[in-house]
Design a protein around this ligand. Structure first.
Ligand SMILES: *Cc1c(COP(=O)(O)O)cnc(C)c1O
Length: 395
């Protein structure tokens, strides 16, 4: 990761294709576009790649979450269970739906702990949105069973795990809808972009409509299309879709390089003093964007992260102190710094975000360090990196 490391002629060719026609809009203009449909082609190839009948390409991963929640009928007064280790888009999208974000703990998978989710369920819980963080997966089988048992909607956030799988099934395809991000630093990129997939036709129709002002996309005259529902504009441009299409076709190559680079470093780190690794529910389905490991306690982990940086081993975030990805620094949420009044349900009945018991998550995250796995590393880069890591651990 990320996909921008391997931009080349393929991306340029796809973008030129669009510029030659001048049609940057993803719908209509049939006569001018010379048969070039980048967003539509991406959707078809992406659906085939993850093995679902329906995929929609939209303007961002955040938009994908907003669209998915709307299409699944999640709204005012509903509680939606999310993890505290994620990206801020998790709670933002739930709030945009008018629903209430409720946090459950993560475990050593760094994703939602099914036992903690079960404890967080109330009579108002409508959905669970697990996040497949840092390239690997939640215990999606157990979470799906729990949702089925309790009659809850499962929406997966696979924004960081495109191309990943659990026991052969693509991440993002287990629930009612699954979301992906193709932003500038993700595994494959459109510059800005996101995807929503679903196995259900009726959910797809809502996704397709909601993302484009409720247009039903029936017929060739946009002015005469119907509006079965209200919506918003979360469209992607053909330029972004063109880049994404070239990137999608490189996904398998990207995964192969990441897996190979990661396994060399993981092997070298196995047995280092105090180091253990993140639990991977299905190691074969890991996308290998990160190598994530634990130290015995918070002090040692923070110290180690500092030493790695000092030794020149770059790209090793200590998430516990990170502003974007862990709840500890989300003061805007804790202080309820909402831009407007939001829904009355959220204002009146949301949990006290400043005082939640997330001790289990804090214990895991305090010990966690991730190492970003780059595509552009040479063998020599990896050897150098391993030598510096060994030096930090004094072996
Ligand atoms: C990147 C990301 C998003 C949001 O994607 P954008 O395309 O940047 O809006 C959502 N969830 C997770 C876990 C992400 O990493």
């Amino acid at each position: 990761m990320p996909g921008f490391e391997i931009f080349s002629d393929e991306e340029r060719r796809e973008v030129n294709d669009v510029l030659e026609t001048g049609v940057l809009f993803r719908y209509g203009f049939d006569a001018q576009r010379k048969g070039r449909w980048k967003a539509k082609t991406f959707e078809k190839e992406f659906a085939d790649r993850v093995g679902v009948p329906y995929a929609h390409l939209c303007s961002s991963g955040t938009a994908a979450l907003v669209i998915a929640l709307a299409a699944c009928g999640i709204g005012a007064g509903d509680e939606v269970i999310i993890p505290p280790f994620t990206f801020v888009a998790s709670f933002e999208s739930v709030m945009a739906a008018g629903a209430i974000p409720v946090f459950a703990d993560i475990d050593e998978t760094l994703c939602l702990d099914p036992k903690s989710v079960e404890k967080a369920v109330t009579e108002r819980t409508k959905a669970v949105v697990p996040v497949h963080m840092c390239g690997s997966m939640a215990q999606i089988d157990a979470l799906k069973d729990l949702c089925d048992q309790k009659g809850l909607i499962l929406v997966e956030d696979a924004c960081q795990s495109v191309g990943g799988a659990f026991k052969g099934q693509a991440l993002g395809t287990f629930g009612k809808a699954g979301c992906y991000s193709f932003d500038a630093v993700k595994t494959i990129t459109c510059g800005e972009g996101g995807g929503v997939v679903t196995p259900f036709k009726e959910v797809y129709e809502k996704i397709d409509q909601f993302a484009d002002h409720g247009h039903d996309h029936i017929g060739n005259d946009r002015g005469l299309e119907g509006h079965p529902i209200t919506g918003l504009n979360f469209r992607i441009s053909e330029l972004g879709a063109a880049v994404g299409l070239a990137q999608l076709r490189k996904l398998d190559k990207i995964l192969e390089i990441q897996r190979s680079n990661k396994s060399r470093i993981k092997e070298a780190m196995t047995g280092l003093n105090g180091v253990t690794f993140r639990t991977l529910p299905d190691p074969d389905g890991d996308t290998a964007t990160f190598l994530t490991f634990f130290l015995p306690d918070e002090d040692q982990a923070r110290e180690c992260a500092g030493q790695l940086a000092k030794a020149g081993v770059g790209g090793c975030p200590y998430w516990f102190d990170n502003n974007w990805h862990y709840i500890r620094a989300w003061d805007h949420l804790k202080q309820r710094s909402f831009p407007s009044r939001q829904t009355l349900e959220l204002v009146d009945t949301a949990p006290d975000y400043a005082n939640m018991d997330l001790e289990q998550s804090h214990k895991v995250m305090g010990r966690t360090i991730s190492m970003q796995i780059m595509l552009g590393w040479t063998d020599q880069d990896i050897d150098d990196r391993i030598a510096k890591i060994r030096q930090v651990f004094g072996t």
